[in-house]
Design a protein around this ligand. Structure first.
Ligand code: PHB
Length: 371
């Protein structure tokens, strides 16, 4: 093999510094809802093995995790708002660290994508404005229609920011290496950003500056706990996931990203196109303008394979590539990509809920060779 082709093939496997952390490669495990948490929103025992198996990732971003009981929108998702949850997460982070890995937690408040049956006191879910999303909630009784949420009072906003700050502190106590603020996919922070869901007339609605205010206050609260070099943010500027849209996403997200960059956040995680769907969507804009507006690391996500990932890194259109579904079915995804080995396909029926099957039983290449 010529040195040139060796070099061309090596992009994903070049180390990179992420704040104080040295990542051995540029392959990130994207946050993935697996719906296997236990009573009290405590992550299940099997999650220890699941995440430890994937510790060769440059970085693991653990699944979306509610910052408060109000932030919950699906059955069986974990939380990070009480001691039992912190203790359970600590066993997970310890196991990942023992295997030489690094793990962030994704901080999540679903806003209107919830249902009274999942809320404390069967209350209505909260949102920027009382606008009902299309779609269904996944509850104890199965799928039920989403409801019209309650618009948050201006006086409640500081309390929302405080939920994020406390959750960030809890994530630190649980031994994570940092946190990702979930501002994507039509959940609470995204609902504030976009004008389809935010019709407020106070300082949290109207202008781009006002709609971005909550996210930036959350970023300030979370970096007050962690320092900016251990905090990333995930956005999905062109996604309609969660029945969301904006009339003019380019200036909105350009402003948001400039403000996050000024706060020196360590990475910007961008879902390109529609979440889990097409990378090119009508009415889109070139997301590279966001890379140019951001001084930290740019993490790209959505439907990447080896070829597209290498091409993207080579063209310097990203610094890190986050893989979602391939990490479900390939615990040794890094080794497989490095050797060009075939990938296992994920089984849709065991993605959400259940036990070990489809969770910790996908084989490594060595295990396959022994069969
Ligand atoms: C989900 O639980 O289906 C889910 C969670 C977080 C996301 C997207 C989907 O960002």
């Amino acid at each position: 093999m010529s040195t040139d082709s060796a070099r061309i093939d090596s992009y994903l496997f070049e180390p990179v510094k992420l704040g104080p952390l040295q990542l051995p490669n540029r392959i990130v495990m994207a946050p993935l809802t697996r719906s296997r948490a236990k009573e009290g929103d405590v992550p299940g025992e099997l999650a220890i093995e699941y995440y430890a198996q994937r510790a060769s990732a440059g970085l693991i971003i653990a699944e979306a995790t509610q910052i408060s009981p109000q932030g919950k929108g699906y059955v069986f998702t974990p939380g990070i708002y009480n001691d039992a949850q912190v203790q359970a997460w600590k066993r997970i982070t310890d196991a990942v660290h023992e295997k030489g890995g690094r793990i962030f937690l994704q901080l999540w408040h679903v806003g209107r994508i919830s249902h009274p049956s999942l809320q404390p006191g069967n209350a209505l879910p909260v949102a920027p404005s009382a606008i009902k999303p299309e779609g269904q909630a996944y509850t104890d009784e199965g799928f039920v229609p989403l409801v019209t949420p309650r618009a948050l009072e201006t006086s409640e906003m500081a309390g929302i920011v405080e939920q994020y700050r406390v959750a960030a502190q809890n994530a630190k106590a649980a031994g994570f290496d940092g946190v990702e603020i979930h501002a994507a996919n039509g959940y609470l922070l995204d609902q504030f950003l976009r004008d389809k869901t935010n019709r407020r007339t106070d300082q949290y609605g109207g202008s781009i500056e006002n709609r971005a205010r909550l996210l930036l206050e959350v970023a300030d609260a979370v970096t007050s706990v962690w320092g900016s070099d251990r905090v990333g943010v995930r956005i999905s500027p062109l996604s309609s996931f969660g029945d969301i849209a904006d009339s003019n996403p380019e200036p909105l997200f350009t402003y948001v990203v400039q403000q996050l960059s000024a706060r020196k956040l360590v990475y910007l995680h961008v879902i390109e196109g529609d979440t889990g769907g097409p990378r090119d969507v009508p009415g889109g804009f070139d997301l590279q303008v966001l890379r140019e507006a951001f001084d930290g690391l740019f993490m790209a996500n959505n439907g990447y394979d080896m070829e597209l990932a290498q091409r993207t890194l080579k063209a310097k259109r990203a610094d890190l590539i986050a893989f979602g579904r391939p990490f479900i079915s390939n615990p040794d995804l890094v080794a497989r990509l490095r050797s060009g080995a075939p990938l296992n396909e994920p089984d849709k029926d065991t993605m959400y809920g259940g036990g070990a099957e489809g969770y910790i039983d996908y084989p490594t290449m060595e295990q396959e060779a022994q069969r």
